[in-house]
Ligand binder design. Structure first.
Ligand SMILES: Cc1cc2nc3c(=O)[nH]c(=O)nc-3n(C[C@H](O)[C@H](O)[C@H](O)COP(=O)(O)OP(=O)(O)OC[C@H]3O[C@@H](n4cnc5c(N)ncnc54)[C@H](O)[C@@H]3O)c2cc1C
Length: 383
């Protein structure tokens, strides 16, 4: 019989990379195929934050926020060279959220994640702070902390570790077919190479249903909603090492984040799209982001100030709400048509929760892969 892997992973984004690292460290034989380069899709088009998601508290997503805040703590510890805590300033606007609501949200944000070295939130007076950045109509606001990350590096570091522990990672190889043969999976790559594996994981991010429909040819259990988020990059709009969380009239928020020393990263938007391929920003999105800046900052910008843009597709679990209210949590769909050859489809997720997600994937699959070392290890071992 030809080589048999324990786990085959479709997709080398943060989720696939995290699972490859975790599984290899448990002594499993792992094969990961990525159709482009690892970390080159959604996982490098994010806002580059390891964050609890302050805004999700409005949607009562306490469990997700608590898990994300705990993970924030873990990721700073295991990836200190590519993460950095950053203060986020929220200008208060009477028309939008009340002060009480924001203070309650920040209290929860300070405490839901348990013990932390990250500073707590505070009130801030704009009559003496940031007077040269914010317009005079903002007299007070709040400050809290989140963590900035190099998202692509985070993927690459997980992949490097997986390789060191024996995983096979192939790039520029698309999975074109996967079927159960006897008691295992036979996966076909676009060079017609065939790979055998006991378990199969679909970690294709926004391409998840494309894999389910065209590669696995089974019925999708969940429907997903593809929502584009775009960022613009300008020369830095101010010198301070702080980010802003700007509230818009439509209830959405936009971040302004210091980026690579010289730039400001401004995003994001939410636009429903049909295809996960080749996302790019529309003029309307550019105008929306420019207007957000111009409604808050003294410095006014126009399309000419945009140096670069990038867009990514959020694969959200469809629950027929406004895009900003749809959960950012992940769910698994475990297919056990044959218990010897489990299939796990991963829906949704965030950069922030990839490590915990990977751990839960292993818990889910361990009963079907009896050689798996069960001890969780990724929270304490530096990348
Ligand atoms: C605009 C935006 C901002 C965001 N900001 C944040 C943030 O600040 N913090 C945060 O925590 N989260 C954020 N997120 C969410 C986060 O980026 C995603 O949840 C995460 O990157 C998804 O990772 P993934 O591995 O599931 O998908 P991806 O990174 O898309 O990886 C899936 C991979 O599968 C590959 N693939 C697809 N089909 C095949 C095939 N047939 N064969 C082989 N490979 C295949 C693709 O090429 C791709 O590389 C943001 C998302 C967006 C869109």
């Amino acid at each position: 019989m030809t080589d048999m892997f324990d786990i085959f992973i479709i997709g080398g984004g943060i989720n696939g990379a995290g699972i490859a690292r975790d599984a290899s460290g448990r002594g499993l034989r792992v094969y990961l195929a990525e159709k482009g380069q690892v970390g080159s899709a959604t996982s490098s088009w994010s806002s580059k934050l390891i964050h609890g998601g302050l805004r999700y508290l409005e949607n009562y997503e306490f469990k997700l926020v608590a898990e994300s805040l705990r993970e924030r703590e873990v990721i700073i510890k295991i990836a200190p060279t590519i993460t950095k805590p950053l203060p986020f300033v929220i200008p208060h606007s009477k028309k939008l959220r009340s002060k009480i609501l924001i203070r309650l949200g920040l209290f929860l944000y300070d405490n839901l994640g348990g013990k932390t070295k990250i500073p707590k939130s505070s009130k801030i007076n704009f009559k003496i702070n940031y007077t040269d950045i914010l317009q005079k109509k903002f007299s007070e606001g709040f400050q809290y902390y989140d963590v900035q990350v190099d998202d692509k590096k985070l993927v690459e570091m997980n992949i490097d570790d997986a390789i060191k522990m024996g995983a096979t990672i192939v790039e520029n190889r698309k999975v074109i077919n996967a079927k159960r043969v006897n008691h295992h999976w036979e996966i076909t790559l676009d060079n017609n190479q065939k790979v055998n594996s006991k378990a199969l994981i679909n970690a294709a991010g926004p391409w998840i249903n494309e894999i389910i429909n065209n590669v696995l040819k089974v019925n999708a259990k969940k429907s997903i909603r593809l929502v584009r988020g775009s960022h613009i990059i300008t020369k830095k709009l101010y010198d301070e090492e702080i980010a802003f969380t700007l509230q818009n009239d439509d209830d959405r928020i936009v971040f302004v984040i210091p980026y690579k020393d010289e730039f400001s990263l401004i995003g994001t938007t939410e636009v429903d799209v049909k295809s996960p391929d080749n996302p790019s920003i529309s003029d309307d999105e550019k105008i929306y982001l420019i207007n957000t800046i111009n409604n808050h900052f003294i410095k006014q910008i126009s399309q000419e100030d945009i140096l670069d843009t990038f867009s990514g597709i959020r694969p959200l679990i469809e629950d027929f709400k406004d895009a900003s209210k749809v959960t950012r949590d992940y769910i698994f769909d475990l297919n056990l048509e044959n218990k010897n050859s489990p299939l796990l489809n991963i829906y949704g997720g965030k950069l922030t929760t990839y490590r915990k997600l990977s751990e839960k994937v292993m818990e889910e699959l361990t009963p079907y892969l009896p050689n798996t070392k069960t001890k969780n290890w990724t929270a304490s071992k530096k990348l």
